[in-house]
Design a protein around this ligand. Structure first.
Ligand SMILES: [Zn+2]
Length: 229
């Protein structure tokens, strides 16, 4: 009798722990920081700084030199910001596309850490942890927080999905982005390395020289930087 009661008490203690285990794992994982940059390293890293799930920005980091993009290119919403040099090149790319009859839309630029955290937590709640982490970067692990990433779509395709790659605009961006210093950051054939699904709308500014080399090499940013070391 005593042992039965003891067993029930044990189960009562253990079961809630088992139920919350996946949740606490998700929380631990999202806060795990194998490598965090200091502000100095970030400032020195320039346009080639690697930011991903492992290489995180310092807490509360806000990049210098952000510019409002609203009067420069067609924007999806008010108060969209991007690094000033990246914005100069983005504007050139939008003008060149327009000349070829392609209407680009700047869909998303700089994000502050709190917003990235919100996106990340919402996606985990929506899609579950393992899928969410291949769709949205954790807080301090997104290039959008660096001010060097631009999500770009078109007036004819306004969804951030894989189908964008097959549209005229998607093809134009993939073929021409390097001329304006941008690279496709999460290519289709590099999912195992970037740990992100293919994002034909997400472009990372690295400067024209590096974008030309990276595109010609066929490597993703992680591989290219590893080779440069
Ligand atoms: Zn993006």
């Amino acid at each position: 009798m005593y042992s039965k009661i003891y067993l029930i008490r044990c189960l009562a203690l253990v079961l809630p722990l088992l139920l919350i285990a996946p949740l606490s794992y998700a929380q631990t994982y999202s806060e795990k920081n194998p490598y965090i940059y200091s502000v100095e390293e970030v400032e020195k890293g320039g346009f080639m700084l690697l930011v991903n799930k492992a290489y995180r920005l310092p807490e509360g980091y806000v990049p210098k030199g952000l510019q409002n993009a609203n009067n420069r290119v067609r924007c999806e919403k008010e108060n969209m910001f991007l690094n000033e040099t990246a914005l100069d090149y983005l504007e050139q790319m939008f003008i060149a596309a327009k000349k070829e009859g392609i209407d680009l839309i700047f869909f998303d630029g700089w994000r502050e850490e709190a917003l990235q955290r919100k996106y990340y937590n919402n996606k985990i709640a929506e899609r579950g942890h393992s899928l969410a982490t291949s769709l949205v970067a954790p807080p301090r692990g997104s290039e959008h927080e660096l001010g060097l990433a631009a999500d770009i779509l078109s007036t004819l395709h306004r969804m951030r999905d894989g189908h964008f790659a097959a549209t005229t605009t998607g093809k134009w961006l993939i073929a021409n982005c390097w001329k304006y210093g941008f690279i496709i950051r999460y290519p289709q054939n590099k999912i195992e390395i970037t740990r992100f699904l293919f994002e034909p709308w997400h472009y990372r500014f690295v400067g024209v020289e590096e974008a030309t080399k990276i595109t010609a090499s066929g490597l993703c940013l992680e591989e290219y930087l590893a080779k440069m070391r």
